[in-house]
Design a protein around this ligand. Structure first.
Ligand code: DLZ
Length: 289
């Protein structure tokens, strides 16, 4: 029943709103759906985090003068970004030193705008609270990708492509390291995917297409062959392939999954590809870090 939580922070001056928005963007926060109310001049700039909670505390407070605690994985990198932001933007802000906490972690407080302190912290043991497991990260830096996209139902597949590019570029992939191959329809995806994988130029292949049951003759036959072909190419080439081929009853359903209510499956397929490349590198290196 509970869906989410929003912690509202009233900001008086428009310049302070701009500065806070710039600071949170520089740190890589995902922006939420902002709003502007022309009559009142009101504006809202939400920022999202993968996890959140509200915590009621008695006794010793965990943070250095801030009620907003943001857990991160790379505290030193975040500290550097915050310091760089402060140097570039100056103003009344400040970034404190990193200190040890009383709960086996390190913390620092940044105040990009006076009156808006934010504490960033990280566990000393980065694997704390997680079962020991090999897991891929979502950083695409230094990775190369091939995207195979079907032209059939382009109104959907172009949106999937946009979602996939968004995920790759936001995760640190370089535009020059992404190659896009267009094929007539989903049927042709496996052959192109295999050939791209075999070049050895790519760390992963992302397959994007859209099959609509109502409008596709031999829907089952095409779908089975596409799924089998992509899976087989992945297994035989050893290059991760992610599956972003929508199989929907109607166009409306497909639109929902291409950027409307159901998210964007192209974005998800790209994220899965990044994760699998990272995991595969860790397996090869025999490391969890
Ligand atoms: C022929 C066909 C049909 C009927 N429907 C679709 C579809 O919904 N989605 C899709 O990606 N492709 C479709 N195609 C085209 C086939 O995938 C293939 O491109 C052609 O049969 C040519 O080989």
């Amino acid at each position: 029943m509970i869906k989410g939580m929003t912690w509202i922070r009233p900001v008086e001056a428009p310049a302070a709103l701009e500065a806070l928005t710039s600071f949170f963007s520089a740190l890589g926060f995902e922006p939420g759906k902002g709003w502007d109310e022309p009559e009142s001049g009101g504006r809202g700039r939400p920022f999202l985090a993968p996890l959140g909670n509200v915590e009621f505390v008695t006794g010793k407070l965990p943070a250095l003068g801030s009620h907003l605690l943001i857990e991160v994985t790379e505290l030193d990198a975040v500290h550097q970004i915050a310091q760089r932001w402060l140097k570039d933007h100056g103003g009344s802000g400040s970034v404190g030193p990193i200190e040890e906490t009383h709960w086996r972690s390190r913390i620092f407080t940044a105040e990009p705008v006076t009156g808006f302190p934010v504490a960033f912290w990280a566990w000393n043991d980065p694997l704390r609270g997680r079962p020991a497991a090999l897991e891929g990260d979502l950083s695409a830096e230094g990775m190369g990708f091939a995207i195979v996209v079907a032209r059939w139902n382009a109104v959907i597949t172009e949106r999937l492509l946009q979602g996939a590019m968004d995920a790759l570029l936001r995760s640190g992939a370089k535009r020059g390291e992404i190659e896009i191959a267009r094929v007539p329809g989903s049927w042709e995806i496996p052959a192109a995917a295999r050939q791209l994988a075999q070049t050895g130029r790519f760390d992963a292949v992302i397959a994007l297409g859209c099959l609509l049951r109502g409008e596709t003759a031999h829907y089952e036959a095409i779908y089975n062959e596409v799924a089998r072909g992509i899976g087989q190419s992945q297994q035989e080439t050893g290059v991760p392939h992610s599956f972003g081929v929508l199989t929907c009853e109607t166009l409306e359903q497909a639109l929902d999954r291409a950027g409307l209510k159901g998210g964007n499956k192209g974005f998800e397929a790209a994220a899965a590809a990044i994760e699998m490349v990272s995991l595969s590198r860790k397996i090869a290196a025999g490391t969890r870090a």
